[in-house]
Unconditional design. Sequence first.
Length: 218
Amino acid sequence: PVTCCIHPSILSADFVNLEAELARISTADAVHVDVMDNHFVPNLTLGLPIVERIQAVSPIPLDAHLMIADADRWAPLYADLGLASVTFHAEAATAPIKLARELRARGSRAGMALRPATAVEPYLDMLGELDLLLIMTVEPGFGGQSFLDVTLPKIRRARAAVDGSDAKVAIQVDGGISAATIERAAEAGADVFVAGSAVYGAQDPADAIRRLRGLAVS
Ligand code: DX5
Ligand code: ZN
C-alpha cells in the first residue's frame, strides 16, 4: 500500500479528559471514535452530543466507527456533524448502498465495516460507493483484545478486489493492532490502522504512533 495512516482509538483514552487525550496523539492522521449502543455490541460508549463536542475541539479529523443498530437512521446524523468519515456496520444496515450515498451527500467519507465472520464477497460490487472498508480484526465491542489471524485472508481478498477495481477505497483494520501485529495486517493489504491500547497504553502515545507507522510502511 502507498499510504499508511494510524488512527488511535479514544476508546482507550480517559473519557473525562478527552481534550487533553487528543493533544497526546498529535502525530495521528485521524482520531477513531467508537460509538456503541449496547444493542449491536454488548457495550456502551458515547453518542451524538459527545461526538459533536469532540469534533468541535479536535485538531485532528474524526473517523467515527458506529457499532450501533439501525445504522440507516443514525449514521447520517453523524455525517451532519461534519466528521471526516463515518463508518457503519454492514450487518446493521438495511440499505448499505443508499446509506453510503447519503453519507457522501452530507460531506463525509463513507465507510462500511465487517465483523470477523462477515464475508467481503457480497459487498464487492459496491466498492465504488465506499471510501473506506473496515475489516474488523477482533469481535467489535471492547478494546484490548487479541488480533484474529483468521481475518488475514479476508484482508488479502479485499486488497485484491480494490486493486482490481477503479474504486479508491482505503482498507482499515481495527482490533488488536500493535507493534507485534501491524506488519501482518499491512502485508495482507491494509493501509489504515486503528490502535487503541497500543497507543494509549504507551508512555508516549505520539511516539507509539510514529513507531507503528514505521512498521506498517517498512
Ligand atoms: C473495538 C473497537 C476498537 C478498539 C480497538 O470494538 O472498534 O476501535 O478501540 O482497541 P485495541 O486497539 O485495543 O484492540
Ligand atoms: Zn473501532
